[in-house]
Ligand binder design. Structure first.
Ligand SMILES: *Cc1c(COP(=O)(O)O)cnc(C)c1O
Length: 391
């Protein structure tokens, strides 16, 4: 069956008493049992049934099952945001004395999670250049608990070779965890690329236009530790499970994901192409442009679309800040892949609390504006940008 059909199919775990076409929202904390034995079976993990909505809820399970059929994963876990998904995936494998091999081109809160939060618990983070096989080989050792990377880094827009990363990691029996937020998981096959687990901020493409926060751990079952620890330990102890209301909205979002993504990614390509000819814009960074250094590898790994995020560089910091102030159609906001287009000066916001030298080390420039392209007509977006870059 085609993915778009799967995304809109009804397949409940149990028949709905009224034949509801969308999944009812089970807005309840706990579930009643038929017998003491049944209760004990569920609590001791012999039977998988909802007991308490911190751990399992039918509306959330429904959403997880739909993502599972779209990705052919072994297990899918839904969390209340992308950071909770990342935290759970890492907590499943990390312990004091182990290390995470990654780069310093990462989402700002992930950098802080690795360096600060996990650093306080004796987990070391090794930030290397993931584009260089030699650096990756030198960093991975018998104490490595995960190789973590983002499929397109933000705002640098770099694309690492997943096959190479997987070869190095797997030769040490280390799982590859990919943050795949920047391209919908329906566009590529993570397992055949060599990923063991995908983590996704479903707040972005999946939610259906920023309706709710959400996060996903998409586990291919290659390292059974993920399923075991998340299902039977971390969901109980950390408390990051998705709420039924968010799961309902994210399921509805999933149904229109493909249609929205087609428009947003083609708008982004069209906009990037036109912006290259605007003299005040010094650089347009988008992997879908044929002269982008990552054009070939991005296409080979992630398919024919290149996502709905691009960056532009202006002459200096003052021009970049003035650009943000002048926008009339594009919204001044963080977040990605809303139905509306959003723009942000990353150096003074998301990375604003890092020092100048830390930002330089991460290649976060004062001249860069990140744009998340929405569903508006591309002519209006283009005109807005052109008027905002005037001196
Ligand atoms: C937004 C984002 C996150 C965090 O997701 P939340 O849902 O905001 O917690 C993680 N990684 C990437 C690449 C993101 O864009």
């Amino acid at each position: 069956m085609e993915k778009q059909t799967i995304a809109t199919s009804t397949n409940y775990q149990k028949p709905d008493a009224y034949g509801a076409l969308s999944m009812p929202v089970y807005h309840c904390a706990s579930f009643e049992f038929g017998s003491a034995k049944n209760m004990s079976d569920v609590f001791c993990g012999r039977v998988l049934d909802p007991e308490y909505s911190r751990i399992m809820n039918p509306t959330v399970t429904f959403f997880e099952e739909r993502v599972k059929s779209l990705t052919d994963a072994s297990n899918v876990f839904a969390f209340n945001c992308g950071m909770a998904a990342i935290t759970n995936a890492i907590m499943a494998v990390a312990k004091a004395g182990t290390n995470i091999v990654t780069s310093n081109h990462l989402f700002g809160n992930t950098v802080s999670l690795f360096r600060n939060t996990l650093g306080n618990f004796g987990v070391e983070v090794r930030e290397v250049n993931l584009l260089e096989e030699e650096s990756v080989r030198n960093a991975v050792d018998e104490k490595t608990c995960a190789l973590f990377f983002e499929i397109i880094t933000n705002p640098q827009m770099e694309v690492a070779d997943v096959g190479m990363l997987a070869d190095v990691a797997h030769s040490h029996n280390v799982p590859v965890i990919a943050d795949t937020t920047l391209i919908p998981f329906t566009e590529f096959d993570g397992r055949s690329l060599g990923m063991d687990v995908q983590v996704v901020s479903s707040t972005k493409y999946v939610s259906g236009g920023a309706t709710s926060l959400g996060g996903l751990v998409i586990d291919y079952g290659t390292f059974p530790v993920f399923n075991r620890r998340i299902r039977y330990e971390l969901l109980f102890n950390l408390g990051g499970y998705m709420t039924p209301h968010a799961a309902y909205m994210q399921t509805v979002g999933l149904e229109s994901l493909d249609a929205r993504y087609r428009v947003q990614s083609s708008n982004a390509l069209e906009l990037a192409t036109r912006l290259q000819k605007v003299p005040q814009i010094k650089r347009v960074n988008y992997t879908g442009l044929p002269d982008n250094p990552f054009y070939e590898i991005a296409k080979r790994q992630y398919g024919n679309t290149s996502g709905a995020m691009l960056t532009i560089d202006l002459a200096d910091k003052a021009s970049a800040l003035r650009f943000i102030d002048r926008l009339k159609v594009i919204h001044r906001a963080s977040n990605l892949f809303d139905n509306r287009s959003l723009a942000i000066h990353t150096a003074s916001t998301i990375f604003g609390t890092f020092s100048g030298s830390q930002r330089r080390a991460m290649d976060v420039l004062d001249t860069t504006i990140r744009i998340s392209v929405g569903l508006e007509h591309v002519d209006d977006l283009y005109e807005d940008i052109v008027q905002a870059v005037q001196e």
